[in-house]
Every structure is written in C-alpha cells, then in structure tokens.
Write a protein that binds this ligand. Structure first.
Ligand SMILES: *[C@@H]1O[C@H](CO)[C@@H](O)[C@H](O)[C@H]1NC(C)=O
Ligand SMILES: *[C@@H]1O[C@H](CO)[C@@H](O)[C@H](O)[C@H]1NC(C)=O
Ligand SMILES: *[C@@H]1O[C@H](CO)[C@@H](O)[C@H](O)[C@H]1NC(C)=O
Ligand SMILES: *[C@@H]1O[C@H](CO)[C@@H](O)[C@H](O)[C@H]1NC(C)=O
Ligand SMILES: *[C@@H]1O[C@H](CO)[C@@H](O)[C@H](O)[C@H]1NC(C)=O
Ligand SMILES: *[C@@H]1O[C@H](CO)[C@@H](O)[C@H](O)[C@H]1NC(C)=O
Ligand SMILES: *[C@@H]1O[C@H](CO)[C@@H](O)[C@H](O)[C@H]1NC(C)=O
Length: 771
C-alpha cells in the first residue's frame, strides 16, 4: 500500500482516510476448492506448528520476504489474500487502518479506557471485557472488516505521571498490571484450542516515555537496573507470555541499556522466549510502527545500525517476526536485507512459521465450521456488552474527597426542585466524545453527564469552561451557578496535551480551570469536582472549603456520563481505588522523566507508592459513602511458615514463584447504616525482610467484594503465591526471605496481620543476566 500522506502513527485522523484495497479486511482462505486444497495447513487434526510448517514449505522465498511487514500482500499462488496485522482494540474495536467501519459494523462497544477499568480492581470484570472486545473484534473480522490479531492490551507500568499514554494502561503497579494483562488476554483469546482473536501485549519493554526535551521514544535509551527490570518493567509481560500464553507481543521503540528493544536478543530471546518458555507455543513478535526504522540510520532515531537493511536484519535475528511501518518511515525492504545476508534462511522460515502458526491458532484455515466463525453483526453492541461498559465505568470511579455532601439527593419527580437543581460546568460536562480516550472506535451511543443528569430528572443549567491555562470568559458559568443549588464542575487534565507522542511537562490543575473553580467556590454553594483524564495535583482544591467533594472518573467510555451521575447518587456507591499515585506538581522538577530508577536516592524522590512517600493521594486511595471495618487473617491463619515446607509442598518444578501461599481470609463489614457499597480489599505487605532499602509497602493480593448492605459482613479468601511475598535482589533474582511480614489491609490500613517465614532464604526465580 502506498503511503496516503505523511502523518504521525496512531493519530485519530487515520480514521478519516478510506482504506485502499490492500487494507481491506480478512479474507478466509479456501481449503476446499482453492489452491490450498490438499495442503496439510488445512488438516485440523494436526498440531498448529505442523500445519504452519506445511504451509511455509509451499511458499516461495520471494513471497516470504514480502510478507514480513504489517501490510502483508499475502500469497496469491496459495490463495492467501493480503493481511493487515495492524488492528487496534485497546478498550473496544478502534479506528485504525486494519479495520473498516460501515454498514452493520458502524459502531462497537467502547469500554472505559484501561486506567478507569484498572481502578475497579476487578479481574473478573477485566476478563469479561476482554471477552466482549474479542467477540466484537472477531465479528468484524468474520465480515471482512478487520483481521484476526489486535494490538491490545498496553501493560507497561505507568511510571511517570507525565506519560502521554499512561491512561492506556491499568496503572502504576507491576503486579496489578500483570493480573490485568492475564485476565484481559484470557478473556480476549478465550480458553479453547482455537483463539477467538490474537491479543498482543505491548510494549516490550520499559516503554513509558514519548518525549522529554530532545529525548523521544524513538531514541530514548532507558537505563534500567536488572533489579528494576525484573521487579517492575517486565512482570506484566511475564504474566502475558509465561502464564496467559498470549499469542503475540509487540517490541517497543526505546532502547534498553543501549540496545533497541526490537533488536534486543536479551529481552526477546533470553527472557521472553527462553526464561519464560514462550517458544513452546511459537508465538510471534511484531514491532511497534517504525521502531525498526528508528533503530537504523533514520534521523531522530537510535542510529544503532548504519543502514535500514542492517536494522531489519538485526531486528529479525534478535526475534522480531513482523515489522510494522507507518507512513513517516521508509518502507522496510526485507528482500534487500536478505540478499545482503543481514538475516538467514533459517530465521526467515522461523518467522513465517511463527506468524502463520498464530493465524492457524486463530482458526484462519479451519473453514466455515471452525470455532468463532459464527460471530457476526448480532454479536456486536449486545445488551450485555452495554451493561458491562456501564458497570466498568461505575466500578472504576474513585471518590477522592467527600465531606458528606455526596451522595446527591435524587429528584423526586414532584415537589421541591430547588434542592436538586444543578449547574454543570466545565469543559467535560457535555463532551461525551472526550470521555472515550485514545484508541477509540465509534460507540453505539455516547452519553455525556449533562444529558444523563437531565434524564434522571435534574433541573440542569450547563456551561462549558476552559480546558487549558487561560480562563477566557466564564460569565455564563457564573450565571448558571448563581441559579443552582449545587455546582458540579467537570474538569481536570487538558486532554489535548495528554496523548500519544506527547508527555506533559506540568501536572498541576490547568490555571484557567482553577481560576474558574475559585470563582465558583466563592458563591458559597457546594462545589463538587468530577475529574477526568489522569493526573493533576488536587492540592489547591483540597485547600478550598467549598470544594466539598472530588470524584475521579478518568475516561469512562460510552456510558461515562450515566456512570458519573449514577455514582453521584449512590446508585451504585463509588468503590474504585486510585491505580496511580497522585504526585504534587513539584514532582516534575524533582524527578527527571528520563530517570527510570524506582528507588529514591539523593535529590531523587523515587517512584510509585512503593518508594515515594509524599503523595497528595496514594495509590489505592478511595473513599466510600459508608465506613468499613475488617479483620484480616483471623484465628485460622497460621502465624509461622517454614520456607522449606512451603517449597516441598508445592507441585511447581520450574516456576517456584507460582507456588501457592495459603489464601488470606479477609472479613469485611459495612459498618455504616445507610448505603450498600462494594469494597475493594487491597492487601499490602510491609516489613523488614530481605536487604535494605525496604519499600514502603507492596501490593500482594486484592479482591473486590460486591454489594455489602449496611451492617452486612462478607468474607473473601484472597489468593496469592510465593512470588507475591518475594523481593527482587540486585541481580534480578526473586527471593523468598525469612522474616516478619505484616499485611496492611487498605490504604490507609484498617486492619493488619503479622506472620513470619522461617528457615533459609530461597531463590524462586534465578534471573538470566545479559551477556
Ligand atoms: C490429518 O492429520 C491426521 C493427524 O496427523 C492424520 O491422521 C490424517 O491422515 C491427516 N489427513 C490428511 C487428509 O492428510
Ligand atoms: C472456558 O471458559 C468458559 C467461559 O468462561 C468456561 O465456562 C469454561 O469452563 C472454560 N473452560 C476451561 C477449560 O477452562
Ligand atoms: C514450556 O512450554 C512447552 C510447550 O508449551 C510445555 O510443554 C512445557 O511444559 C513448558 N515448560 C515449562 C517449564 O513450563
Ligand atoms: C464513618 O466513621 C466516621 C468516624 O467514626 C464518622 O465520623 C462518619 O460519619 C462515618 N461515615 C459514614 C458515612 O458512616
Ligand atoms: C450488585 O447489585 C446491583 C444492583 O442491585 C446488581 O445489578 C449487581 O448485579 C450486583 N452485583 C453482584 C456481583 O451481585
Ligand atoms: C520477628 O519478630 C520476633 C518477635 O517479635 C522477633 O523475635 C524476631 O527477631 C523477628 N525476626 C526478624 C527476622 O526480624
Ligand atoms: C495493627 O493493628 C493494631 C490493632 O488495631 C494497631 O494497634 C497497630 O498499630 C497496627 N499495626 C500497623 C503496622 O498498622
């Protein structure tokens, strides 16, 4: 396909272009009467690797060399049509070049952005969302409107609050992102022998910077210690690859310790395929778009190789199987690279087998009777998916502050409307499309807060507000506010600067919005802030007495306005938790974006709740409309465990971190008298086991309890493994240490439990070192 024009990869404007013929959707090969008839790739009784090997044996070398890019022309002699590997579905089927919208496929469910779903701490919900997205994606593919692989989820831990793509991730905690990733992949790919679609965990690895000064994602060399790599940057990918057996991984733009990720044999070969045994299933790795271009001699890139052919060869030999290129990078030329002996015949064949094994596992050669081939238009935008999108948004909303003004009183439908009249002010009050976030598709409907409030019977006066630094004319808002009982202010991040290709330099509330809130607060009416987007520092709002409550909704998706209004009314009550630390705005001066270290050092404050102790609101913070009390452990939980017997009673032979640890009973009581509410149980570990410095605390297990009515008690057994108790040493080894462990339930803790591990320390995972 010829480049349409020069534009940056991923920008939503891609959606405006009509795809050309070679970008059309999936065409299933014909195994009955086409040229493949009789080829063993069509024999569904054989293993995927044998089928792929048979197919690749029938391909000519020149055809193989043409099919190492995202817009693969296919193999016309074999009846295999063009295939576009670039399909996006981060939080719903999205607009991008592999997907053609239209007809019965003009809309798809748009779930909340990952940062909002992440805040729900509900892995069953994540799995259901993954299944719903996978189902809609497969229905698009079956109808020639998409292909079989989708580049989701984004599981890089959200390391720095400035990161423009942090909202695409479930948050800052590596353990939580790993559980999210595994649940999403399980849901999306399904658990059968045929995959519903192929998921792609991205971006491998240590990718979390778009641009900081002259450093960009295309040339950033992330300097990461073995300890931080093994402990923080890689565990979400370990869960994807080793434990959830994801079909595909995307290598990232940045370099890691001097070697660009897409040419990094240590990351892809030693760790991913070797240490995590991802070779068994022969899955493939795709490059981020133009990542290979930027590891060659391109301006602004790594200049790791002196030519584009050498770059392609280095990527292939290191383990990349498919090069994505966007239109601002020169087209890769694998044929030239091959004739220059930049990669071998064996590598070429291996890449083809991996790619096609992936598609075989997704049922591409199984014929019309194959699994999931029946999915079609009636499986898109189902009533269930709609309910799930609303539920996810509601579960992910976090109550940051409340002096008792919330929940709001619902309009009675008769009587006094004055106590329920709302001024709904701010940039986000009626901007439904902004609530979807990056990598969106077209939703079947898009509910903004103002419309939702009116539907609930509130008398509403709405006025927009500034999004950026300057306040402009806010007199309409002031007039609206004067006539209302309660002021709802929808604000927060300037989302025109929170996006891919752009990191922020400032994490303060935009000055224009702050000035408007100050003016509204001076009217002496209750002001309730509903925060959208990711992170801005709420300190100035916490100092304003008339700002009575703050609710964070992130990017709540197609039913976001409904979700916000329902939660303000307590139907349901909020129970989400911050999946990220809220740093003070001064943090951007104290922590250079390019410093990847997690631990603090002199003049460097460290990162995430595990190491940083001056948060405005900590990771895990989230209030309720009621109070909870809890008991953790209880009489049945032993106070001492021997490390030797924990290991000898475990059936795992290779991956000892997966050995179960006795589940942790948590008994939670809704101690209030009015409100039914969910409760997220976060179990953090603290203590002085292992070498100093000690993290403040570490999330080790979590669960979500549902619908506790006033006075009700529920018990949940939190499952965890020895790996969740381990710490990572300076070389990256995961070690279980003897010592005294304290479980702190909740943030701040409302219950605790102490137990000891005795005996000698044990290495659960010996970390391979780079050569
Ligand atoms: C398909 O594969 C099975 C299992 O290897 C084999 O028994 C069978 O003969 C094959 N069928 C054909 C038509 O080759
Ligand atoms: C696969 O998932 C379905 C639906 O969630 C479930 O009913 C079934 O038990 C699962 N099968 C296996 C083998 O785990
Ligand atoms: C590695 O993967 C292969 C194939 O999936 C599997 O048979 C083998 O048990 C795995 N090894 C370990 C140690 O899990
Ligand atoms: C929660 O408990 C605190 C202190 O015991 C009390 O002041 C507050 O009113 C309670 N809140 C609710 C919603 O029950
Ligand atoms: C909680 O209650 C709501 C409202 O009654 C209901 O829709 C939802 O299914 C319940 N959730 C669970 C997990 O029981
Ligand atoms: C654990 O606590 C016990 C009793 O409080 C104390 O005697 C022991 O020294 C502690 N062990 C470690 C390793 O800190
Ligand atoms: C654990 O709980 C007890 C009893 O509520 C309390 O006195 C103690 O301070 C708590 N310990 C920690 C580390 O929070």
């Amino acid at each position: 396909m010829a480049p349409l024009t020069t534009f940056l990869p991923y920008l939503p404007l891609l959606a405006l272009f009509t795809p050309t013929a070679s970008c059309a959707g999936l065409v299933y090969p014909d195994c009955v009467s086409g040229p493949l008839k009789g080829n063993l790739v069509c024999n569904t009784s054989m293993s995927a690797v044998d089928r792929a090997t048979a197919l690749v044996a029938a391909m000519s070398n020149s055809d193989k060399l043409n099919n190492l890019v995202n817009n693969s022309p296919g193999f016309s002699k074999l009846g295999i049509a063009a295939y576009q590997w670039w399909n996006e579905a981060l939080h719903g089927v999205a607009h991008n070049r592999g997907i053609t919208w239209g007809g019965a496929f003009s809309a798809a469910t748009q779930f909340p952005q990952a940062i909002t779903t992440g805040a729900a701490f509900d892995d069953d919900l994540v799995e259901k969302i993954g299944a719903a997205i996978g189902t809609e994606a497969r229905a698009f593919a079956n109808n020639g409107r998409a292909h079989l692989d989708f580049w989701t989820p984004n599981v890089n831990p959200f390391r720095d609050p400035r990161w423009g793509r942090g909202h695409e991730t479930p948050g800052e905690d590596a353990f939580r992102n790993g559980r999210y990733a595994a649940a999403f992949v399980r849901g999306m790919e399904g658990n059968g022998t045929t995959k519903r679609v192929i998921a792609t965990c991205k971006h491998f690895a240590a990718y979390d910077l778009e641009n900081s000064g002259s450093t960009t994602r295309f040339n950033f060399d992330a300097k990461v210690t073995m300890q931080d790599l093994a402990e923080y940057y890689l565990p979400p990918f370990e869960k994807c690859a080793r434990d959830a057996h994801v079909g595909s991984i995307m290598c990232s733009y940045n370099a890691v310790n001097g070697i660009p990720a897409c040419a990094n044999a240590y990351l892809m070969d030693t760790i991913l395929r070797g240490h995590w045994n991802w070779t068994g299933d022969n899955q493939y790795i795709v490059s981020d778009c133009d990542a290979v271009y930027y590891l060659g001699n391109a301006n602004g890139g790594h200049r790791y190789k002196s030519s584009q052919t050498a770059a392609a060869g280095a990527a292939f030999e290191a383990g990349t199987d498919n090069i994505c290129w966007a239109t601002n990078g020169a087209a890769p030329d694998p044929s030239a690279a091959f004739s220059q002996k930049q990669f071998s015949q064996a590598t070429l064949d291996k890449m083809m087998v991996r790619q096609y094994q992936g598609l075989i596992r997704a049922g591409m050669f199984d014929g019309p009777q194959g699994a999931y081939r029946n999915l079609g238009a009636s499986d898109v935008n189902t009533a269930n998916a709609k309910v799930l999108a609303l539920q996810a948004a509601q579960e992910g909303i976090v109550l940051l502050k409340n002096d008792g003004v919330l929940p709001l009183t619902a309009p009675s439908g008769s009587g006094d409307a004055s106590s329920t009249s709302l001024a709904m002010i701010g940039f986000w009050a009626s901007k439904a499309d902004e609530m979807l976030g990056g990598y969106s598709g077209t939703p079947p409907f898009n509910h903004d807060p103002v419309t939702a409030a009116k539907q609930l019977g509130f008398s509403v006066t709405a006025a927009s507000g500034p999004i950026a630094q300057s306040s402009g004319d806010t007199s309409a808002a002031t007039t609206a506010a004067k006539n209302a009982h309660t002021i709802l202010y929808f604000g927060g991040i300037d989302n025109s600067v929170e996006k891919e290709s752009n990191d922020r330099t400032n994490i303060a509330w935009p000055a224009g919005q702050l000035a408007q809130i100050k003016a509204l607060a001076a009217l002496n009416k209750p002001v309730i802030i509903i925060k959208m987007g990711t992170h801005v520092d709420d300190s100035p709002l916490l100092a304003m007495p008339n700002v009575r409550a703050i609710l964070w909704a992130g990017y709540p998706g197609q039913d976001g306005g409904t979700a916000v209004m329902n939660v303000l009314l307590g139907r349901p009550a909020p129970a989400g938790r911050l999946p990220i630390t809220m740093y003070p705005s001064s943090y951007t001066q104290d922590a250079p974006m390019t410093n990847m270290a997690l631990r603090p050092s002199s003049n460097y404050p460290g990162r995430t709740y595990r190491w940083y102790d001056k948060a405005v609101f900590s990771f895990g913070h989230g209030l309720h409309y009621t109070n909870f009390s809890a008991v953790v452990g209880g009489a049945s939980f032993p106070s001492t465990f021997s490390i030797a017997s924990l290991l000898s009673s475990c059936a795992e032979t290779t991956y000892l971190d997966r050995c179960p640890f006795p589940s942790l009973p948590v008994t939670v009581t809704n101690a209030g008298s009015d409100h039914t509410s969910d409760y997220v149980g976060l179990a953090f570990l603290t203590g002085s086991y292992g070498p100093a410095p000690f993290p403040r605390k570490t999330l080790a297990a979590y669960t979500r309890l549902f619908n506790l009515t006033a006075g009700q008690t529920q018990t949940s057994d939190l499952t965890w493994t020895l790996g969740n108790l381990a710490r990572v040493d300076a070389n990256g080894n995961r070690v279980l240490y003897p010592g005294n462990y304290t479980v702190l339930l909740d943030e701040p803790a409302i219950a605790n439990l102490t137990f000891s591990l005795t005996g000698s320390e044990a290495v659960l995972d010996k970390w391979p070192q780079p050569k």
